[in-house]
Design a binder for this molecule. Structure first.
Ligand code: AMP
Length: 219
């Protein structure tokens, strides 16, 4: 399995993890493994897994480590992960990071990219985010579609997500600090941690990440 480019992207909600992860996958032909996306899709499809996790997702809590560990393990078996994967939203705590290290073995994680963003900026970004209930297109609160409440793509209702309201954002930030921040030391102690300033344009964050990968001989 040596030669796989497995990357972990860490960051608070709104830091740009999803955008940067998807770009890295497109650029390097890697699988985008987002546990949040997998779980939300299961809820949407009403599968047994979806029925099991729906209430946890609705409450903003975390799904059990065993369940997500198994999901990620299965996801690595899919053909699109043959060259490696970008992990987005997993691991979320050190138990998950240890499980990942165990099942990837010597191939392991090549780099952990932390996209840093101050809490005040997360608040600003998420509280100004609006989303179409029908098709999921996102807008800023100052966009015409957000002001009129009508999606420009499908005509659906444009609303604020319940977990993008200040109290819910605060709760997610606290969970991040308690469970996910320790992962920075986990990867730092293995010499795998790099940090990027998330308070920049998407293009600049992307360029910084590319520079770091290049510097490590990974791209
Ligand atoms: P996200 O889109 O990454 O914020 O994930 C949405 C929701 O899915 C989270 O609030 C959790 O309930 C669940 N989830 C996603 N990834 C994990 C994980 N690694 N461990 C536990 N729960 C997770």
């Amino acid at each position: 399995m040596t030669g796989h480019l497995n990357l972990v992207v860490l960051g608070k909600q709104g830091a740009g993890k999803g955008t940067q992860s998807q770009r890295l996958c497109d650029l390097h032909g890697l699988a985008h493994i987002s546990t949040g996306d997998i779980l939300r899709a299961a809820v949407q499809a009403g599968t047994a897994l979806g029925r099991e996790v729906k209430s946890v997702l609705d409450s903003g809590g975390l799904v059990s480590d065993e369940l997500v560990n198994q999901l990620v393990k299965d996801r690595f078996e899919k053909p699109d992960a043959v060259k490696g994967a970008v992990l987005d939203g997993f691991p979320r705590n050190t138990f998950q990071a240890q499980a990942l290290e165990q099942f990837l073995g010597s191939d392991g994680i090549k780099l952990c990219i932390s996209i840093d963003l101050a809490n005040e900026l997360v608040m600003q970004r998420l509280s100004s985010r609006r989303v179409c209930q029908e098709c999921g297109t996102t807008y800023k609160d100052t966009d015409v579609a957000a002001i009129s409440g009508t999606c420009e793509v499908c005509g659906g209702d444009v609303v604020q997500r319940s977990d993008d309201k200040p109290e819910a954002i605060q709760k997610r930030l606290e969970t991040f600090e308690r469970d996910t921040l320790p992962l920075l030391s986990f990867y730092e102690s293995r010499g795998l941690l790099v940090k990027v300033n998330g308070d920049q344009s998407v293009a600049k964050v992307a360029a910084d990440i590319d520079g770091l990968l290049h510097g490590r001989g990974l791209a």
